[in-house]
Design a protein around this ligand. Structure first.
Ligand code: DAH
Length: 339
């Protein structure tokens, strides 16, 4: 076995290797299980005893120097590859990042929160009331006996359980809150979803939100109602706003009013919105009817109260010049992303 020839061949091939894959192939050729240097080591036992020490020493020297040179070269090649990749595939940290799409609150939620905040500042708490009602609470206890013509104002979704309906307005919440808190004074708003069995058009949806208000105490007057509404309207629509009260009719209030605000003439939509009158209706309201107070547990000779009800979708449409109420629950991102 010519160890010198083996060493020379191995070294030449090692010098010829230029990358990691080549080096590893070289290593397994000489040092793998069937590797040539390994085999040379294995042949030690076949060498005549007298030559063994020299042979053994030589083959070990070859193994050690080759291994050392291989490892040095491998490290060098890896280093080179790393330097090359750093220079080549450099990461440009100054490039702008990919935008992360940001969610936001639905415009209906934002306006609802604004309304809540305004009333919170005036001492109104939020009272949550159910969306499924019985006929008694949605109508009768609000002073609308069966067959009362005023029921025609609210087209109703009935369920398969007789007498159980989807509330057509938030007013039945008045009964719940009065019965829970009587005889304490009350100052609450009752926000929530209402349902009406109506044709869906640009101006009416089968589901929509309302914010009911109720204030009950020992000396609550119409002046309190007016002051509260004017303060609310000016905070929501702007301090310069004029507020107008018109007499109206609701079964659960007496007297009943409707509330208008003036609409800025500068707004190009003003004429269309106000039908040329300059005024725009924002809510119904009134002094709580004695029958309703009694149904809530309050003695109308000692207690009085005011109530109001408004539709935040309508108000949002005014605020942002939205001309189709169906946009609110249509899930159209192009619409929603404007707000
Ligand atoms: N419930 C009425 C409706 O849905 C709105 C309303 C009017 C509520 C006058 C009130 C009120 O509390 O006093 O049309």
């Amino acid at each position: 076995m010519d160890l010198a020839a083996l060493e020379q061949r191995a070294r030449e091939e090692l010098d010829g290797c230029t990358d990691e894959a080549g080096l590893r192939a070289w290593y397994s050729k000489y040092f793998g299980r069937q590797g040539e240097v390994q085999q040379a080591l294995g042949r030690l036992k076949d060498v005549p005893p007298a030559e063994r020490p020299v042979y053994g020493k030589e083959v070990n020297r070859i193994k050690e120097t080759l291994t050392r040179d291989y490892e040095a070269k491998l490290a060098h090649v890896k280093e080179l590859a790393l330097t090359r990749s750093l220079a080549h595939d450099a990461l440009d940290v100054t490039l702008p990042g990919r935008p992360v799409p940001r969610g936001r609150l639905h415009v209906a939620t934002r306006v609802m929160r604004e309304i809540r905040a305004i009333f919170a500042d005036m001492g109104f708490q939020v009272y949550r009331s159910r969306e499924v009602e019985d006929d008694l609470t949605n109508f009768e206890l609000l002073n609308m006996p069966p067959h009362h013509p005023a029921r025609d104002m609210w087209d109703t979704f009935h369920t398969t359980t007789p007498g159980v309906i989807l509330r057509t307005h938030t007013s039945p919440g008045q009964i719940h809150v009065m019965r829970e808190l009587c005889p304490e004074p009350i100052r609450v708003i009752l926000p929530g979803m209402c349902y009406r069995y109506e044709a869906i058009t640009q101006r009416s949806e089968i589901q929509f939100e309302q914010v009911e208000g109720l204030c009950v105490g020992q000396s609550v007057t119409m002046a309190d109602l007016k002051g509260t509404i004017v303060a609310f309207a000016r905070r929501l629509f702007g301090q310069g706003r004029q507020v107008r009260f018109r007499s109206s009719y609701f079964p659960f209030t007496e007297p009943s009013i409707e509330v208008d605000i003036d609409w800025p003439q500068e707004d190009p939509n003003a004429d269309r919105l106000t039908k040329g009158t300059g005024w725009l209706e924002i809510m119904g309201a009134g002094m709580v009817h004695p029958v309703v107070l009694r149904n809530g547990g309050y003695d109308p000779d000692r207690f009085s109260g005011f109530a109001f009800g408004m539709g935040p979708q309508r108000i949002t449409m005014l605020k942002y010049a939205i001309d189709d109420i169906r946009q609110f629950w249509g899930n159209d991102l192009q619409f929603l992303e404007q707000f």
